[in-house]
Design a protein around this ligand. Structure first.
Ligand code: 13P
Ligand code: SF4
Length: 303
């Protein structure tokens, strides 16, 4: 921390000078999460908070689709991402033409799209969802069938909780798809008394084997309210680091993977971003209007 202090000091000073707010995802490093972020949260919380900010500049500490969501909801504001190469394997797994082909194959079936997608994919979508409202959105759309893209595992995990037929796409999160039921069995063997919780981007065999599954915010809330003596958070590694200081007395055991995309953002490039007002996120108007409608529909349906 002493090493980070000068950077944190400069970022917080520049933030005021530039009328900027920092929105940070729960997978950001503790120095960003605790040191410079004004708002932290899961994808849904960040999208909702993006509609409430007063500042004229938003610096998104997260991956590119999150910055795009902030821009969609704040077309008049300047939205910056400290490294525009911060992508996402789910977002990379599908393009708008794929969605249009699915629509042709399943005429009239509503398309529910995970926010972990490009604005161009959102633009050909009926409504977006996140890991925290996926079931509610699937239940709320019309009809007995739903196209749910692009995360096959979030879709399969949601399908288990609804009577609707879910049509999936073959996308996966590179961080969560590698966890297996065997990993959970090994953790249970090594730490018999520990609670094990996971993100719903994990395969169904993992979700079935854990004590709780939910969005990143739901996992943090679960740890803070349940206060297990020992816990393994089967997700991105910064989650445990960030919640550890807020859940004293809980022993956090390692069983995590690092998201290389989230880790592209660091204090150095946040400072650079504020200093140079780059890299600015822009979305062409014909894509922005329908993509915004899909995100706003989700926020409306989540109230
Ligand atoms: P949450 O919406 O649960 O924060 O998930 C976002 C994400 O990218 C998880 O990998
Ligand atoms: Fe994408 Fe997975 Fe990284 Fe989340 S953890 S940003 S879903 S690659």
């Amino acid at each position: 921390w002493p090493f980070f202090a000068p950077l944190i000091f400069q970022i917080n000073r520049l933030k005021k000078e530039k009328d900027a707010v920092i929105l940070a995802h729960n997978y950001q490093t503790p120095q960003i999460y605790h040191g410079v972020a004004d708002v932290v949260g899961d994808s849904l919380q960040l999208a909702i908070e993006a509609t409430r900010v007063d500042q004229s500049v938003i610096v998104q500490c997260g991956v590119h689709f999150m910055a795009e969501t902030s821009k969609l909801l704040n077309p008049e504001k300047t939205v910056l991402i400290p490294d525009s190469r911060a992508g996402c394997s789910l977002s990379e797994s599908i393009i708008a033409e794929d969605v249009l082909a699915m629509r042709e194959r399943y005429p009239g079936v509503p398309v529910v799209t995970y926010v972990n997608t490009s604005a161009a994919v959102k633009a050909v979508t009926d409504v977006c969802c996140t890991s925290s409202n996926a079931l509610d959105i699937v239940e709320a759309v019309a009809g007995d069938s739903v196209i749910m893209i692009p995360d096959q595992y979030l879709a399969q995990n949601t399908a288990k909780k609804t009577n609707k037929k879910i049509i999936t796409w073959a996308g996966a999160c590179e961080v969560h798809e590698t966890f297996t039921a065997g990993d959970i069995a090994e953790l249970r063997h090594a730490y018999p008394a520990a609670s094990i919780i996971a993100h719903p981007e994990c395969p169904p065999e993992v979700i079935e084997a854990v004590d709780f599954a939910g969005s990143t915010a739901a996992m943090i809330d679960w740890v803070k309210s349940t206060r297990p003596a020992r816990v393994v958070m089967v997700t991105e590694c910064s989650m445990s680091d960030n919640v550890a200081s807020e859940a004293t007395g809980v022993d956090f055991l390692r069983g995590c993977n690092i998201c290389p995309h989230m880790k592209r953002i660091n204090l150095e490039n946040v400072l650079w971003s504020l200093h140079t007002m780059s890299e600015e996120v822009t979305i062409p108007a014909p894509i922005a209007a329908p993509a915004r409608a899909a995100v706003e529909r989700m926020i409306e349906m989540s109230r």
